[in-house]
Write a protein that binds this ligand. Sequence first.
Ligand code: DX5
Ligand code: ZN
Length: 220
Amino acid sequence: MKVRIAPSILNADFARLADQVAIVEHAGADFLHVDVMDGHFVPNITIGVPVVRALKRATALPLDVHLMISDPDRYLEAFVDAGAAMLTVHVEVLPHLQRTLARIRELGAKAGAAINPGTPIAVLSEVASDLDHVLVMSVNPGFGGQHFIPRSLEKVSALRTWLAASGSPAAIEVDGGVDLGNAHALVSAGASILVAGTAIFGAPDPAAATVALRRAADAR
Ligand code: DX5
Ligand code: ZN
C-alpha cells in the first residue's frame, strides 16, 4: 500500500499558514492534517471551521480534519462544508459511534475513528464496515512535540490483523511523535498514513523533511 504523508499544521507558523502549506504541498505531501481542539476533550484550544475554510482556498491538498472535541456531532456538517475531505472523530466521546461515522459518509467525507493510547482497538469491532480510516493516537492528544509511545506499534499490528480479518480496506493513520526513526517500523506494522507535525514543521527545512519522511517510510 502506498504510504501517504500528512503534515500536521499544529506546529506550523500560524502567521504564515498559506506559505507553510504551500511548502509541504510542493514537497509532495498527500494530505494536510488539521488538528481541531476544544479545550474540553483535550487541554488545548487550536482552530475551528473558519480556518479550515481558509485552508481549503489556500491548498489543493485534501484536508484531513482531526476533531479532538467533546461534541463532534454538532459540527460535522460545518467542517465538511468548510472543506474537510476526511473527518476523524474520537470514539471516547461518542456513544453512537456508528451513527456518527455513517453521517460523515452521508455528508460526503471519508469517515475515521480515532483511538487514544488508552483505548483498546476492540471498541471498533462493530463498525469495521463504517470506517474509511482508523487514526491510532501514538501520544495522548492535545499537543505537538510529544514522544511516541512505543506500545502503539503493537496496536497498529493488531489493528491491521483485525481489519484484514474483517474484510475492511480501512487505512491506518498514525498520529503523534512520528519521525524518521519510527516511520519505517510503523509502515511495516500496517500504517499507511503518517501524520507528522514537529518532524516536518519543526525542521529547519520542512520541504526536505517531508521528502525524508516519505523516503524513511518507503525504505526496505
Ligand atoms: C496531537 C495532534 C497531532 C500533532 C502531532 O494531539 O493530534 O496531530 O499535531 O504533532 P507531532 O508530530 O509533533 O507529535
Ligand atoms: Zn492530529
